[in-house]
Design a binder for this molecule. Structure first.
Ligand code: EPU
Length: 335
C-alpha cells in the first residue's frame, strides 16, 4: 500500500538531520504500488530516498521522493554450502546482518552496523573492513520507471566497483530497487585482515560469526559518530585513487602515508589521513565540523543547514588540495 505525504520535513529522514522539506514523499511496499504511482507518467522530478544515510539536502526538494518500506527476508534455496536469500529493499541493513549471524550464515558480518537500508546497498556498493556488498549480491530486482515493468539484473551487469555501480550512472533516475538476491555461506569464511579486526576478534575468543560482528560493531562505535546522536552521513568523502607516480611523490615526502594498491595499478589513498594531516580533524565552524575521531566524517552539531555543511565541505576539499595537490570527491550524494 502507498502512503503519501505533502510538504513534509525531511529532518528525521536524513541522517545529517538537516531540516529541508520535500514537496511530496511516497512510501511504497510492492511493485504494484510503483505501477500505481507511475501510472500517469513519470513526474518531472523524482528520486528514491531510502534511509537517507548517504545524502545531503542542500535545499528543499520540489519533486517526489520515493521510499521503500517492505521489510521481508526469505530463504530461496540451498546449493551445497551456499544459501540464497531474498531481501526486500526496506530492510534495515544491520537487521539483515543480525539475521544472517543468527542463522549461522557467513558473508555480511564485516558489514555490521552500516546505517541504511538493503535497497541502497548496491547503489554505492557499501563496504567496510575488507568486505563489500558486491561479495554477496547476486541479482537486483528493480522497477523500471520508463516501461513500468519489473526487471532483474544479474551481478556481473551491475558494474560494481569501489563505491560504484550502474545504479549511480546509466540506471540513475531510471529504476527503483525493490529487492536483492544474495548468496551467503554455511562454511566459515572469516575475513580478519583489515586494521584492528583480528585483534578485536581474538580478544573475544576467536573467529566466530558473532565475535566478528561484535568486533566490527565495537570498532565502528569507537570511531564513527552515531547518527541518532550526532547528525552525519558516514564517510563524507571517497578515498582518492591516484596514478602510481603521484603516490610515490607524496610517499617520498610523507613516508607514513597510508596507501593501498588498486587492482588497476593505481593507488588508493586515505582521505581521512589527508584531512587529518591537513590539520582539519576536529575543526568546527558554527554547527558543522570534522569529526574528532574520524576525519572522513563531517558532523552536524545541531541545526546546521545543508548549505552550511556543503560550504564547510568545500573548504575541507580546498585545504587538502592546497596541501597535497589531491582532489577528494564527495561520497555523499548532494542535492
Ligand atoms: N586515518 C587517519 N585519520 C583519520 C582517519 C583515518 O590518519 O581521521 C588513517 C587511518 O589511520 C588509516 C587510514 O587513514 O591508516 C584509513 O582509515 P580507516 O581504516 O579508518 O578507513 P577509511 O579509509 O577512513 C573506509 C570507509 C569506511 C569504512 C572503513 C573501514 C570509505 C570512503 N570509507 O574508511 O566507510 O567503515 O574504511 O573499512 O571508503 C562509509 O562509507 O560511510 C564508511 C564509514
Amino acid at each position: 500500500m502507498i502512503r503519501e505525504f505533502h510538504h513534509i520535513s525531511l529532518r528525521d529522514r536524513n541522517s545529517f538531520g538537516v531540516d529541508q522539506q520535500a514537496a511530496r514523499l511516497v512510501e511504497f511496499e510492492t511493485p504494484d504500488d510503483l505501477r500505481e504511482l507511475f501510472a500517469h507518467g513519470v513526474p518531472s522530478r523524482w528520486m528514491v530516498l531510502s534511509g537517507g544515510n548517504n545524502i545531503l539536502f542542500t535545499q528543499d526538494y520540489d519533486g517526489v521522493l520515493v521510499t521503500p518500506v517492505a521489510r521481508g527476508i526469505s530463504m530461496l534455496r540451498q546449493e551445497r554450502d551456499s544459501v540464497f536469500i531474498r531481501v526486500e529493499a526496506g530492510v534495515e541493513w544491520d537487521e539483515l546482518v543480525e539475521w544472517a549471524v543468527e542463522h549461522d550464515l557467513w558473508g555480511l558480518e564485516n558489514l555490521s552496523l552500516i546505517p541504511g537500508k538493503a535497497g541502497a546497498a548496491p547503489v554505492q556498493n557499501i563496504g567496510a573492513y575488507g568486505a563489500e556488498a558486491a561479495d554477496t549480491i547476486r541479482r537486483v530486482e528493480m522497477f523500471c520507471v520508463e516501461t513500468a515493468t519489473m526487471l532483474t539484473l544479474d551481478a556481473p551487469h551491475c558494474g560494481f566497483g569501489y563505491r560504484e555501480s550502474v545504479f549511480k550512472h546509466t540506471l540513475k533516475g531510471r529504476v527503483i530497487i525493490t529487492a536483492l538476491e544474495m548468496e551467503l555461506s554455511r562454511t566459515p569464511r572469516p575475513r580478519l585482515g583489515y586494521g584492528d579486526v583480528e585483534r578485536e576478534v581474538e580478544a573475544r575468543g576467536g573467529a566466530t560469526l558473532r565475535n566478528i560482528r561484535e568486533a566490527v560493531c565495537a570498532i565502528r562505535r569507537s570511531k564513527l559518530p552515531d547518527p541518532t546522536v550526532l547528525g552525519n552521513a558516514g564517510s563524507f568523502f571517497k578515498n582518492p585513487v591516484v596514478e602510481a607516480p603521484v603516490a610515490e611523490k607524496l610517499l617520498a615526502r610523507y613516508p607514513d602515508m597510508p596507501h593501498y594498491p588498486a587492482p588497476d595499478g593505481r593507488v588508493k589513498l586515505a582521505a581521512g589521513w589527508l584531512i587529518d594531516r591537513a590539520g582539519l580533524k576536529g575543526r568546527r565552524e558554527g554547527n558543522v565540523g570534522v569529526h574528532e575521531r574520524q576525519a572522513l566524517v563531517l558532523v552536524n552539531y545541531g541545526g546546521a543547514t545543508g548549505g552550511e555543511v556543503i560550504a564547510f565541505a568545500r573548504k575541507v576539499q580546498h585545504e587538502v588540495l592546497e596541501k597535497f595537490g589531491i582532489t577528494i570527491d564527495t561520497e555523499v550524494n548532494l542535492l
